[in-house]
Design a protein around this ligand. Sequence first.
Ligand SMILES: [Zn+2]
Length: 190
Amino acid sequence: MPYAKWMTKEQRSAADAIKYANRTDIEIAEDARMMKEYSETHKEELRQRDHADYLARRDEILANAKVKRVNRTAVELAEDARTRHEYNQTHKAQSRRRVTKWHQRQKLIVIDHYTEGKRTCTRCGFSDLRALSVEHIKGGGNKHRKAIQGKIDLYRWVITNNFPKDLAILCMNCQFIRKHSKIVNAKALV
Ligand SMILES: [Zn+2]
């Protein structure tokens, strides 16, 4: 139905709303068919649009989600824990992968911090990430590891504790050498 020339923008959208609400079953079915067809033929375009919308409102979306998460009731918390547990039980491989990936991300953040992005052993420059780990340069590492074991990921602990100064990134070789040299000459290598 064309709009009358005298109609304002508001009147036009009100007319549209009335028309929309009064669609016949056939019109509703036809609209649904067209929408389905459109979304099937414009998948990539729609995906990009959704993603752009998300990026434009990312901070707001994350902040809202956080408020919601923090304000969960005890019942909601229990329900979330239950669904998470159920998901992990039925998706063991995926959840293991997710935890590993998360751990790797924490590890990289820590390594980047202490090596200023170089990602190498502080002593010898070895660069295989698999053999690099965080070392307590003033000792007490085992005690600390035991204290937080099972409670928090070591790298996560380092991040949440604002990157303590008495830590360094060393390769396994240098850690062993350091351990040994402490016994023979008590001289720290780092
Ligand atoms: Zn090394």
